[in-house]
Ligand binder design. Structure first.
Ligand SMILES: NC(=O)c1ccc[n+]([C@@H]2O[C@H](COP(=O)([O-])OP(=O)(O)OC[C@H]3O[C@@H](n4cnc5c(N)ncnc54)[C@H](O)[C@@H]3O)[C@@H](O)[C@H]2O)c1
Length: 351
């Protein structure tokens, strides 16, 4: 197979990262981009030397012969554009969250299976050396049996584009839980081996976000903080917290902990930045050891490079549509539980 021909739909903040990361692969070529924002299309097209530019993803899919399409639009458009790209015979790398709800995610997965094309979700926080090294250790049994996880992403004041699409439920599907929590939830679930969720308890709040929106006279109808408990079929429990606006010291606080019978781990950000560290706390023959990952162990490939490699080598990719759907089922149940004020069961796929 020659160079992989790629199209990117949506070239905002995250779309630029897709272009940057595909460029790192010698056999990947972003040949076309699409975005209704003409100025942005021109700016990004110029910066990355992509001359084939379209005002809509649908037009791009009609006119281009592509192998891979990245969907990097507001969440509401993930489902229709993913389905259109799959139907056009492309493999799809869709941004997180996979969709605005589980029903949409289920439809996307069904089309991917029917047409026999890949569907990957950009759970980008797996693609760090800290996350990859910890995953190797958990899979090798270093923690024993994992029975509890706590996974968190809080910001002191970090509402993305207040007044824009992130704060409008019809476009985003929700607030920080679906935006930030989705990453930390996937990271914890992936490290735990994606156990099957059976019920959840969730609460959401919006005092700071809705206050700021009122002051500025802009729309905001999602939560600014969410908290939840997820119980799994194997008996394990996970606690999740996510906020865009919380009265805490840190500007940005990310932390995922796993608690196991023979060890625990933490993957967290350093100095309120997007750099990470990893530690394990092990119990061996009655003695307790602290193990810290030395910085820079092995360079880790981005999600985009991993996806292209998997296609070229015909090997499985990680961060699958199936896992994206499990995340969406948990998020749906957390929002429903918050609305009802009581725990919510997640039906088994066989029910
Ligand atoms: N993986 C990550 O770490 C990460 C980081 C940031 C954002 N994201 C995700 O990426 C997606 C985009 O977020 P963003 O921060 O880049 O938003 P953004 O608002 O900066 O950019 C979105 C772009 O999509 C374009 N767009 C809107 N509707 C479109 C349509 N129907 N077809 C084509 N383009 C359309 C907009 O004009 C804009 O240029 C979201 O799903 C978000 O959750 C992921």
């Amino acid at each position: 197979m020659g160079s992989i021909r790629i199209g990117v739909i949506g070239v905002g903040l995250a779309g630029r990262h897709h272009l940057r990361d595909y460029r790192a692969h010698p056999d990947a070529d972003v040949v076309a981009i699409a975005d209704p924002d003409a100025a942005r299309l021109q700016e990004i097209g110029g910066e990355f030397g992509v001359s084939r530019r379209y005002p809509s993803g649908e037009r791009m899919l009609q006119e281009e012969e592509l192998d891979v399409v990245s969907i990097v639009t507001p969440n509401k458009f993930h489902k229709p554009l993913t389905i259109a790209a799959l139907e056009a015979g492309c493999h799809v790398l869709c941004e997180k969250p996979m969709a605005t709800n589980a029903d949409e995610a289920r439809q996307m997965l069904a089309v991917s299976r029917r047409v026999g094309k890949r569907l990957m979700v950009n759970f980008s926080y797996r693609f760090t050396e800290q996350s990859m090294a910890l995953k190797q250790q958990v899979d090798a049994g270093a923690l024993g049996e994992v029975y509890f996880a706590r996974t968190v992403w809080h910001r002191r004041r970090g509402l993305p584009g207040l007044g824009g699409w992130f704060g409008q439920k019809a476009l985003s599907g929700g607030g920080p839980l679906i935006d930030l929590g989705v990453h930390r939830l996937d990271l914890a679930l992936w490290l735990m081996g994606y156990p099957r969720p059976v019920w959840v308890l969730g609460s959401t709040y919006d005092p700071i976000g809705s206050g700021l929106a009122r002051e500025r006279g802009v729309e905001f109808d999602v939560e600014d903080l969410a908290v939840g408990l997820v119980r799994f079929e194997n008996g394990a429990t996970l606690e999740i917290e996510a906020s865009w606006a919380a009265n805490i010291r840190e500007a940005e606080l990310m932390e995922t902990r796993l608690f196991g019978t023979q060890g625990g781990l933490v993957q967290r950000n350093v100095d309120e930045t997007y750099k990470f560290e990893a530690e394990m706390y092990l119990e061996r023959d009655g003695s307790q050891f602290d193990v810290k990952l030395h910085s820079y162990t092995q360079p880790v490939k981005s999600a985009m490079v991993h996806f292209v490699d998997s296609i070229l080598n015909d090997t499985p990719h990680i961060a699958t549509g199936e896992e994206g759907l499990v995340v969406m089922e948990i998020l749906d149940a957390l929002y429903e539980s918050a609305a009802q004020g009581q725990p919510v069961r997640i039906a088994s796929p066989h029910e």
